[in-house]
Design a protein around this ligand. Structure first.
Ligand code: 13P
Ligand code: SF4
Length: 365
């Protein structure tokens, strides 16, 4: 009979710093068999153990390219699902804490999206006229929905290219779950706000009239990231007033006003690269998650770069933070002992359809 997995209870009360030697020992015992992928929002004492780091697009590419038997994802649930979908059958994607979700991803679910698609048929033929586009921050079954209906996945890096691809095929886009990324990208492409309508998934027909639906090019799902909604135009105006030479950079999950007032808008990887490439002694206001901002503030301080967080309050991605050193140590020690804990397995039919939508995206970007 096989021995049971090591219980998490033994790790729960461990001090953060006591986890480090155990993580290092388990990692070295596993060698090439395990790769740790880390998103930029991970806390410092987890991030430092990642073999590969990146934004959602980079991480999904890395997940499809690694040869490791175990892909330990220090990120959130949808990222581990993407790793499972894009990896080979003999590889296993693992999420050290299953409760590490994304509150924005949870704002859309298959039942609501199918209902929206069904309701759209009252006004037009969605399969002929609407492309469903899901932000990668979404559950695998929504990616599968897009794969099945001629749609596609996008990330914050490639959203514009994906919308261009979509409008070359059909006249309208149903964009979920993040209205802000959809709105910012569409208006950058020259689509006026009057041709965008918010689809309120709790209202019949999205709270829209048939005419509003017919007139809209972009149907924006009423979802958002609570972390990025903390950044406000007044924070930028105050900074500009104090530091007229300062530069502002934001993630496109911020609201439209914040994006418009920013000098640069882009993914987490873009934010890091832009500041890294900037001249020494520049001052920056950054509108994205706190762990990332703290990390780059430290990293670029020797170049005289001053990096400031946009909001006066602490805005961390609390779900991402569920991946702590205790869960990482527990996961790796189990793997080293031959026990696979927290595997993420997308059902095969769903994975096959989701892969179509993801591969369409990877091909374009
Ligand atoms: P990036 O793809 O830019 O890393 O964004 C992921 C995310 O969840 C931002 O909130
Ligand atoms: Fe989701 Fe927002 Fe966290 Fe990104 S920051 S993972 S969008 S909750």
């Amino acid at each position: 009979m096989q021995a049971a997995a090591i219980a998490f209870d033994r790790f729960q009360k461990m001090r953060d710093d006591s986890c480090e030697p155990r993580i290092l020992a388990a990692k070295s015992a596993l060698g090439q068999r395990a790769v740790i992928l880390g998103h930029h929002y991970q806390r410092a004492d987890v991030y430092k153990h990642a073999d590969l780091t990146g934004d959602s697009l980079k991480l999904s590419r890395l997940a499809s390219q690694t040869d490791a038997e175990f892909i330990v994802f220090c990120g959130v649930h949808f990222m581990a699902e993407v790793a499972d979908i894009l990896s080979r059958p003999e590889q296993t994607a693992i999420l050290p804490d299953l409760s590490a979700g994304c509150s924005m991803a949870d704002m859309a679910n298959l039942a609501k999206v199918e209902q929206a698609w069904q309701e759209l048929t009252e006004v037009l033929d969605p399969d002929a006229r609407v492309i469903p586009v899901t932000y990668i921050n979404s559950a695998a079954d929504l990616k599968a929905f897009c794969g099945e209906h001629g749609g596609i996945v996008c990330t914050s890096t490639n959203a514009r290219k994906i919308l261009e691809w979509s409008f070359a095929r059909r006249e309208k886009v149903l964009f979920f779950p993040d209205q802000h990324l959809g709105r910012w990208t569409a208006q950058q492409m020259g689509i006026p706000l009057e041709q965008m309508a918010v689809w309120d998934f709790d209202q019949p027909l999205g709270g829209l009239t048939p005419r509003q639906i017919r007139d809209a090019k972009m149907l924006l799902w009423k979802g958002h990231c609570s972390v990025h909604q903390m950044f406000q135009a007044q924070h930028i105006l105050r900074f500009r007033n104090q530091y007229p030479d300062g530069l502002v950079i934001s993630h496109p999950e911020c609201n439209l006003e914040v994006c418009r007032l920013s000098d640069y808008v882009g993914s987490t990887e873009y934010i890091i690269r832009t500041i890294a490439d900037a001249p020494a002694n520049t001052r920056w206001l950054v509108g994205t998650e706190l762990n990332l901002v703290n990390r780059i503030a430290e990293e670029f301080r020797p170049q005289g770069k001053i990096i400031q967080f946009m909001a006066p309050l602490v805005c961390m991605c609390s779900t991402m933070a569920r991946i702590d050193p205790q869960h990482l140590a527990w996961t790796l020690e189990n793997l080293a002992a031959g026990k696979v804990v927290n595997p993420i397995k997308v059902p095969p039919h769903e994975a096959a359809l989701a892969k179509i939508a993801l591969e369409r995206m990877l091909e374009i970007s």
